[in-house]
Design a protein around this ligand. Structure first.
Ligand SMILES: [Zn+2]
Length: 101
């Protein structure tokens, strides 16, 4: 959840970020120990077709609720977590094998 204050008729300024699960808030500088995500549903979804959701989530809630079900597709941290790196490399190698067949 992100809270904005209006500075002009249509413009907004970000003033705070709040975890949509536990309510943990960023400081006044909007430094948030967490991230944001989005989920888009397509034609196959009977209940959510054409809908897109956005959310903010703190590190703690992400580790508990999302990470066990999510796939890491990019890491800017170096060195990357070894287990995650090996998993990503193994997947890439299997994709190359499929492409070469
Ligand atoms: Zn949280």
């Amino acid at each position: 959840m992100r809270k904005y204050k209006s500075i002009l008729k249509k413009d907004k300024e970000l003033i705070q970020i709040v975890c949509d699960w536990c309510g943990k808030k960023s400081g006044k500088d909007c430094f948030f120990e967490g991230g944001c995500g989005e989920v888009s549903f397509g034609y196959g979804s009977k209940k959510q077709d054409g809908r897109k959701y956005e959310f903010d989530i703190c590190d703690g809630c992400f580790s508990k609720r999302i990470k066990p079900h999510a796939e890491l597709v990019c890491s800017w941290i170096w060195p990357p977590d070894v287990a995650e790196f090996k998993k990503a490399r193994k997947k890439l190698e299997s994709l190359k094998e499929i492409k070469n067949k």
